[in-house]
Design a protein around this ligand. Sequence first.
Ligand code: 5GP
Ligand code: SF4
Ligand code: MG
Length: 448
Amino acid sequence: CGVIGIYDEKGVAKKLFFGLSSLQHRGQESAGMSVSNGSEIVRKKGMGLVSDVFKDGVLEDLQGPMGIGHVRYSTAGGSFEFNTQPLMAFAKNTTMSLAHNGNLINYQILRTRLEEEGMMFQTTIDSEVILYLISRYYKGDIVQAVRKAMGLIKGAYAVVLLLEDKLLAFRDPYGIRPLVLGDTPDGGWIVSSENAPIDIIGGRYIRDIQPGEVVVIDQEGIQSFPMEEEQKPKHCSFEYVYFARNDATLDGVNSYNFRRRCGEILYEEFPVDVDLVVAVPDSGIPSAIGYSQASHIPLAEGLVKNRYMGRTFIKPTQEEREMAVKLKLNPLSHVVSGKRIVLLDDSIVRGTTSANLISRLREAGAKEVHMRVTSPPVVNPCYYGIDTPSRKNLIAANMSVEEIEEKIGADSLRFISEEGMVKAARIAGDHLCMACFDGRYPVDPIVL
Ligand code: 5GP
Ligand code: SF4
Ligand code: MG
């Protein structure tokens, strides 16, 4: 998912709209916004893309100097209207609205406990537990209420929270999911899952919200409440591999440079003698550039991408996913025919994309298709908000590299090493979560 929050006296609805549109890659199932005029919060949300939900006129109902927004792709809780965000709650003397990116590992336990106490939930998402806890603990001091809730919830969260007169943002103690802070050209503030919204509205990136930090923005300006005991961060490495945009710089790592360096390192680790380097667009492009630059093998566009299709992985069922891959990417036979190619992609999860692309590249005349992947094999599910739900769907959890090579029909298949990937990030390896590759979960998953 993607979250955004803006405080700006000149109004926020349009800025939220443009910002959310630039976070669209983080979720296409639903979109929503809540805006406060200082005394009342108005919310609009629905299923679909940002541009579907915020059609003509809808923004006009969202007047005010502060607001939050959300785009969703479902990990916990199904893809239904009732699970769209932002959520709303009515606490002591105030309305609250919340949007969350991430996943709580102890959601079921907390929810069951709250239900036993008589609480009725309106959604099936973990985010509602966060909002409920905050509104329950709120006795006038919102930071204290957030801190109390943070003491109970475990897992990954980047949250924006709107009260009638203030905007808050907070991040889990490991900083698993990203959250950046910037300013707006009109002297306001913006927090967002990535920096693209800041760039797009003409603001400046200031810094990342720190792991465990709570930030409050209101008429008085901005206040920071850092976490008391400092902890080693564990930023999601998959943001850099796949999820974030190429232009995202999150916690000191720029996705584009990371991906390009992964391509260079892959060539050092697994060179291959071929005629062309071909990327699986979009997230394979920088790594193909890196592989080509390191190897001096020409880079060629071997796949045409349909820009109007969503991200394939995010489509919920397998049939939909396969059709989506076909619709989305088509080989350029004029380029690949008679050529030996190396195909660069960011990840192999279920194996759907690579198997499909390799067979179609061969049909288009490619003589050899070698595959290089800029992440290590995904062998463990993510419990922190990236949709790799169970081991049985992860091809690398069930097959060796040789078996996958055979199954997807590649002439050779190689994955970047874990060390290679850490080297590409250029931050301390122990500041990265790599649990889906190495099984070292920063927060113990509770598997029910
Ligand atoms: P597969 O087709 O092997 O299941 O998935 C790998 C492809 O899905 C890659 O091209 C990758 O870019 C894309 N992908 C899209 N969303 C995700 C995601 O959330 N996780 C992973 N691992 N890959 C994703
Ligand atoms: Fe990211 Fe993987 Fe860690 Fe999940 S398990 S937070 S996808 S690195
Ligand atoms: Mg891809």
